[in-house]
Design a binder for this molecule. Structure first.
Ligand code: ADP
Ligand code: MG
Length: 259
């Protein structure tokens, strides 16, 4: 299944219990993700990226504006939105297949159907050999692949990825970006990828949305007109990639910032 996602003029204000003031995390934010599209969102730390994902998953609503999935407002937490974070959140006492089955337990499936579904997702992320291993027996990259299998096992309408590669070393990251992109392209699922890695945004997405500092709002948005969305390594070799990365670098005014 694959769905559209629309953020329509979203503002989110949080109360700040310490100061009694309010914090506006995002303001007047609008953008859309078409069915099957992968949109990358980049922006400075604290500009409301995780807040957006929480609103899409229905954890809480916007203060103003609307989040629409297939044209329907999101009103509560949704079981058809898959979430993946920087931390894999695998349960250490469950083996990989049982971790992947976890999200399926509230679905009406027999044990055999659940097991078959889990094993086929594990096969898709090339972890069949490790299906009966425990998370601590796997590398960081393998654990993130297991987390992706768990996310996809619920057959989500939309997958939200919140900096899923940022805790990995540089080489593992490249390998994982490649296997994620191939898997995501194979499923055709709609994706929102939060990242602070500008190169990653360009090589993995169909379109990039650039946010301002807090309160976050859209300051730039453009399609990535390059081949190989299913193969970031190949796309990184394309001559046009550098220009897109430069555009992001310039829009975010990174040259003005002292490290
Ligand atoms: N539940 C919350 N209560 C109060 N303030 C919050 C809450 N969640 C986020 N914020 C504030 O909103 C802003 C955006 O946070 P966040 O979405 O996590 O940013 P990002 O993911 O872009 O780094 C930050 O200033 C943060 O402190
Ligand atoms: Mg965040």
């Amino acid at each position: 299944m694959t769905s559209s996602l629309d953020l329509k003029d979203i503002t989110k204000v949080f109360p700040d219990r310490k100061t009694g003031h309010e914090i506006t995390a995002v303001t007047g934010m609008s953008f859309s993700v078409k069915p099957g599209e992968l949109v990358a969102v980049v922006g400075p730390s604290g500009c409301g990226k995780s807040t957006i994902l929480n609103m899409v998953s229905g954890l809480y609503g916007p203060s103003q504006g609307e989040v629409l999935i297939n044209g329907e407002p999101v009103r509560s937490t949704r079981s058809d939105v898959g979430f993946m974070l920087q931390k894999d959140l695998l349960l250490p006492w469950r083996n990989i297949v049982s971790n992947v089955e976890f999200g399926l337990e509230e679905k009406k499936l027999t044990r055999k159907e659940r097991r078959d579904r889990a094993l086929s997702e594990i096969d898709r992320v090339r972890l069949s050999e490790f299906a009966f291993h425990y998370p601590h027996q796997l590398s960081g990259g393998m654990r993130q692949r297991a987390a992706l299998a768990r996310t996809l096992a619920i057959d989500p309408e939309i997958v939200l990825l919140d900096e899923p590669f940022s805790a990995l070393d540089a080489q593992t990251k490249v390998v994982l970006q490649k296997s994620f992109s191939a898997t995501i392209a194979e499923t055709g699922v709609t994706c929102l990828l939060i990242t602070h890695d500008l190169q990653e945004a360009v090589i993995m997405s169909d379109r990039v949305v650039v946010l301002s500092g807090r309160p976050g709002t859209v300051v730039d948005e453009f399609p990535i007109d390059l081949p190989h969305r299913d193969d970031p390594m190949a796309r990184s070799m394309e001559p046009g990639t550098r220009d897109y990365v430069k555009r992001l670098f310039d829009t975010l005014h990174l040259e003005d910032q002292a490290a």
